[in-house]
Design a protein around this ligand. Sequence first.
Ligand code: UGA
Length: 337
Amino acid sequence: MKILILGANGFIGNALVRELCNKKDITVYGLDLERDNLGHSIESPNFHFVEGDINISNEWIEYQIKKCDVIIPLVAIATPNVYVKDPLNIFQLDFEANLKIVKWVAKYNKRIIFPSTSEVYGMSSDVNFNEYSTNLVVGPVHKSRWIYSISKQLLDRVIIAHGEKGDLEYTLFRPFNWIGPNLDSLKQAQLGNGRVLTIFIHNLLYNKDIVLVNGGLQSRCFTYLDDGLSALIKIINDETGKLNGKIFNIGNPNNNNSIKELAEILLGEFETLQPNKYSGKVIHKTQKEFYGTGYEDIPVRVPDIQEAENLLDWKPVIDIKDAVVRTLRSYVDNFED
Ligand code: UGA
């Protein structure tokens, strides 16, 4: 099987490349702006990497789509701070650049495995978010936090429309707060352009205060990367076509923790790893102080994972503590001040 991964150096991309390169009969073609996370696979005979920009490398990408069996476009900016500060960049990269890819996949009648997002459900009040029945609820247009959610939602809809027309085969997956090594770089986190766990880890390593936005009572279902990857591998391996037209929430409903709890777990684990090192404190800010007026939050976000349990025979197994420790360790081990 030939697989094209756009964004091969990213958080999910590099880990997926590593998994796939260890499998027989799989050849991976990868593109990314950078290669610093790909040391583990760059020399593998199963991996063909090109440094390039999804906005520029059009000929190469179209040629690979024509040649490959499965296309996995992982290029996107996925940090809320940027949704608020630079919404046009989100629209350009997350929507426009990816729309071009979807159109080529349809032109050559290929299979796309597309990363939708837990963010599409927005502020739904459903207890568990279901792929086929939950209404997608976002705020008013001046709240640019939702531009990512909406960009992904529209791509989901375009892909589904092409699928119904018979132009392509598709499976959508929706990661729910996956965490793990290389989630965001510490440099991104320093600029506030990381996700909450990497921002907190950055703050621990550099003795900065940890900020709980709006009291930190909002919760997320943190899902360890390895659990997510095992679902993704099962989706890729679908040889029968039974996953065509399906959508999967890939998240861990048992790890439904508030941001305050996340901070407490992290502080406890850091103290065990490096006793008496951290001299910062936990402080509070409102969402307006932290993100500005374009932000709205999601109070609770719990996936319904029955579809994944039934069709993929998949269940997440890594609990929150283990997930946080493994992620923290990966950053501490690679930290150079
Ligand atoms: C994330 C991002 O949109 C995407 O990475 C992704 O598609 C999706 O969720 C996902 O991974 O499922 P969100 O969970 O809101 O959205 O992003 P984080 O930046 O990780 O924030 C989580 C919570 O922590 C928010 O309530 C935020 O206000 C809070 N936060 C963030 C703090 O309390 N302190 C901080 O320093 C940073």
